[in-house]
Design a binder for this molecule. Structure first.
Ligand SMILES: Nc1ncnc2c1ncn2[C@@H]1O[C@H](COP(=O)(O)OP(=O)(O)OP(=O)(O)O)[C@@H](O)[C@H]1O
Ligand SMILES: [Mg+2]
Length: 390
């Protein structure tokens, strides 16, 4: 059992973001990677981190394992790795009796969290066994069939696989993330955190999570209301398809799980448009896809943010108009009257624009802000009417 009982005393929904903080704490600029790992854990799916050497892929996965109070198995694959190295050796005595039994103690079949480094080096001898383990959670090697304890399998690799034989394996990683070296503004932070890691090692996790606790969090994702995002998700499927980014049916089907997990990670039981950003982990296949998918998603999903920014601007300019209008005398001159009429007409046009935003999005925040702005516009329009005595 875990040593931290945050979830029984506190709110279960607050736990995932605390785990994320703890996971990425020793690193700089690794929030997206931490999120990818956590989303896989919450959904009981598998994740692969792809990227050049030395980008903390292994370190992040090992840190995740250190937070989880679960049985961990890691192995570095080469093209020559034998099945016995992962799944356990055959029991010689049983073999003498003509039985085919694997000694799985401390090997992959007993592990709940598995990390296979250089995952795409897997040869065909272990590939097929891995495929059923990942999909059915069953070890089947042609002779024996045993249930495995696997919760999530993590993979790391320097590149996406090109061999078609690896396609089925690649497809089983619902979460795929391309890890890039940190950008220039983080180099100073990188020096500091690397120094701290070299000097003191990785900080002991302040949270330890048991399988039971992870299971509670996992169950929570099925309570998330996903209705608000379904139409937009379907639209995104078409957009991707039109741009030659193809999601297998397995991946399409599993999208909702990851979307729900993202909502939970943000402390919500209701999905919103921003949760659709998780498609960036699901949709990419080739290396250029990662960037392309990001661009598509930010174009498609930024509507709400764009509207909010525009509404904030409108609100500010209405405030200016309001004080400008107030500065005029109660009985205005002809000239001022003319000027006020002009402002009145502008306000009418702005009001139309704000109404159209309400129609263009279902986003609650946009609606709230838009209604507030409309009220403000109405208030100023009333003021003008009183001044010109109409
Ligand atoms: N963003 C970062 N923040 C802090 N330390 C980092 C970061 N990136 C790399 N490091 C440091 O570099 C070390 C190397 O990382 P790691 O071995 O996990 O890389 P990797 O991506 O697994 O590389 P490879 O592909 O060669 O296996 C880490 O242990 C860490 O100390
Ligand atoms: Mg590594």
């Amino acid at each position: 059992m875990g040593s931290v009982r945050t979830n029984t005393s506190g709110n279960l929904l607050e736990l995932p973001s605390k785990i994320l903080d703890e996971l990425v704490r020793p690193f700089v600029g690794r929030d997206e990677e931490g999120k990818a790992i956590l989303l896989a854990l919450l959904t009981r799916e598998h994740a692969v981190l792809i990227g050049e050497p030395g980008t903390a892929k292994s370190a992040l996965i090992r840190r995740a394992a250190s937070i989880l109070n679960m049985k961990f198995f890691m192995y570095l694959l080469t093209r020559y790795t034998e099945p016995a190295e992962l799944f356990g050796p055959l029991d010689i005595n049983a073999l003498k009796e003509g039985r085919y039994v694997r000694i799985t103690r401390n090997k992959l079949p007993e592990a709940e969290i598995v990390f296979l480094d250089e995952i795409f080096k897997a040869n065909s001898a272990i590939l097929n066994t891995l495929l059923t383990i990942m999909n059915e959670r069953v070890l089947y090697d042609g002779y024996t069939e045993i249930a495995v304890a696997l919760w999530s399998l993590f993979g790391a690799s320097n590149e996406v696989p090109e061999d078609p034989e690896l396609e089925a394996l690649y497809d089983r990683f619902l979460v795929r993330h391309y890890v890039k070296p940190v950008t220039e503004e983080l180099w100073k932070g990188l020096l500091e955190s690397s120094w701290a890691i070299e000097r003191d090692g990785y900080p002991t996790p302040r949270i330890r999570l048991s399988r039971e606790e992870l299971m509670q969090l996992h169950k929570l994702i099925f309570d998330v209301d996903l209705e608000p995002v379904k139409p937009k998700l379907l639209k995104l499927f078409s957009t991707f398809e039109a741009k030659n980014i193809h999601l297998t049916d397995r991946r399409k089907g599993k999208c909702l799980k990851l979307i729900a997990a993202h909502a939970v990670l943000n402390g919500r039981l209701k999905a919103s448009e921003e949760d659709l950003m998780v498609l960036k982990y699901i949709a990419p296949h080739d290396i250029d896809d990662f960037e392309r998918v990001n661009v598509i998603l930010s174009e498609e999903l930024r509507t709400a943010y764009r509207f909010i920014r525009e509404l904030e601007d409108i609100k500010m300019s209405i405030r200016e108009v309001d004080s400008y209008v107030s500065s005029f005398p109660a009985i205005p001159s002809r000239f001022v009257e003319y000027r006020l009429l002009e402002i009145y007409r502008d306000l009418e046009a702005t009001r139309e624009r704000v109404l159209s935003m309400i129609n263009e999005t279902n986003d609650e925040r946009v609606h709230r802000l838009a209604n507030e702005v409309i009220e403000y516009i109405d208030h100023v329009m009333e003021k003008i009417k009183r001044k010109i005595g109409e």
